[in-house]
Write a protein that binds this ligand. Sequence first.
Ligand code: IDP
Ligand code: MG
Length: 139
Amino acid sequence: MPVERTYIMVKPDGVERRLVGEIIRRFETRGLKLVGLKLLQPSTELAEAHYAVHRERPFFGELVQFITSGPVVAMVWEGTDAIKLCRNMIGALKPLEAIPGTIRGDFTTEVQTNLVHGSDAPETAANEIGLWFSPGELI
Ligand code: IDP
Ligand code: MG
């Protein structure tokens, strides 16, 4: 059971809907440790780099537009099996599969405006943390 760090982001819809506190509370009360946190307006370049894996998908342009449409809350959370644990707490991508009790399952019916991002594997977590934070910003 490895101690991991994962990149978690409240997307612009979550900030707009005043769900930042609710989302942070869930990770905090679960017992994860907050090691990085900032509010920022992402550039198109940063959004494209973050979602580079989806570059060929038909929704890529729309996705980059959405993620840059307003401020996001970028965070790094640390804990045992933090990557999968946070993905479980965020819930599935498909709205019908996002079960109640998860963030998506409790607060959204949409596939794109789904409130929160979480890294899906150790390699992507390391890559995303490096993209959004400089080492000095992590405690
Ligand atoms: P994930 O966020 O659960 O890891 P991914 O498949 O990595 O899901 O997709 C990244 C993001 O792209 C999703 O969170 C969602 O905002 C958006 N997205 C994924 N599939 C679609 C789609 O079919 N239409 C519009 N947006 C999508
Ligand atoms: Mg993903």
